[in-house]
Design a protein around this ligand. Structure first.
Ligand code: NI
Length: 181
């Protein structure tokens, strides 16, 4: 397992629509391990494959708090079957949009079918943070970011800020991580 670099806004890769996983095999399980390790390192509670540059419909979630035993969940080809009429609001953030948080309203509960890490068909009825997290990550598989759910004014401001950050980074003299002896 290894930690992969995260794709950051405004990288157009984040807008790609990911393709369904065709086979759950050893290389896919390795990718799952890399995703979990990258997520824990960040640290974050959810990560979609596209965030490390793999346009595949899979995501990982672990809602355990720092002092709790890790409970990794792997969702392959997840599909929302049903969403509640009742809605809830959470303050969301995203590993691809570091240090930016905004309140997002979504259905409070969802029923999702998916394949687990053994390729077995499963179904989950999620509510609370798990429901929000699943919807946030499934959005990633469709090239949708949580800032698409906030006002255009706020979104434009965030995108502008990240475009500037990317530009500043590009024009820097030293490549990050390079040893200059
Ligand atoms: Ni995200």
């Amino acid at each position: 397992m290894s930690i992969k670099p995260l794709i950051i806004l405004p990288d157009p890769v984040l807008r790609q629509v990911s393709k369904p996983v065709e086979r759950v095999d050893a290389s896919l399980r390795k990718l799952t391990g890399d995703m979990l390790e990258t997520m824990y390192d960040a640290p974050g509670i959810g990560l979609a494959a596209i965030q490390i540059g793999e346009p595949l419909r899979m995501l990982v979630i672990d809602l355990a708090k720092e002092d709790e035993t890790p409970t990794p969940h792997v969702f392959i080809n997840p599909e929302i079957l049903e969403s509640s009429d009742q809605r809830s609001v959470y303050e969301e953030g995203c590993l691809s949009i570091p240090d930016y948080y905004a309140e997002v309203e979504r259905p409070a509960a969802v029923r999702v079918k998916y394949l687990d890490r053994d390729g077995k068909l499963q179904e989950i009825e999620a509510e609370g943070l798990m429901a929000t997290c699943l919807q946030h990550e499934i959005d990633h598989l469709n090239g949708v970011l949580f800032i698409d759910h906030i006002s255009k004014l706020k979104r434009d401001m965030v995108v502008k800020k990240f475009k500037k950050l990317a530009k500043d980074k590009m024009s820097g003299n030293k490549a990050p991580g390079r040893l200059v002896g």
